[in-house]
Write a protein that binds this ligand. Sequence first.
Ligand SMILES: [Zn+2]
Length: 211
Amino acid sequence: MSLSRKETIACPKCKKNFEVTIWNTVNTDLAEDVAGLIVTGKFFVETCPHCGYHLTLNYPLLYQDLKHKAMVWIIPRGEGREKKIAEIRGGLAVPEYTTRMVAGIDQLREKVSSLESGRDDRVLELLKWSLVQNLQKQMPNFRLREVLYLRLEGKEAFHFYSTEGGYLCGELVEEQYQFIQNKFAGQLEKFDGLSYPEVDYLWASALWANA
Ligand SMILES: [Zn+2]
């Protein structure tokens, strides 16, 4: 199976056609600093040669990190998603690998950040959930659209984006990470070795509900 293929798409802005690269598999051995380019979001950005418009496409793809023994599948939300996920989970198990299922490029950026930092992404999602609760108490007018954990230029931080275009950033606090890790240690054991679980905000909120 080839790693990538070319496809012609219409630019969303100027409507002219141009060729883009569609990845089936992205392997960290592919080139130097693939992980870094994914975290910044640059790896998947395509630029229209006619008008300069930048876009990021969202499609199924497998990220393979041999160094950290991890595999992350992106299966975008939409029709047939559950079926595709079931197929992947029912496939050949790779017991010594950490596997994850995500819905898009931004979530892959988070998982790659976590791998590069040597973190447990489950602890990060649990911490993220508690940070969001605090934020909503302190700033009820900040209508949260999305929050991402990213490691940019060696700095780990949570990035909060509001529906009105607002932005806040808070660096990861080691003591908070350790606290969550200890608090949930027993519960997290139960999730070890699962095939391509979705470890996201919803997952974390379910765990907090039973905390
Ligand atoms: Zn264009």
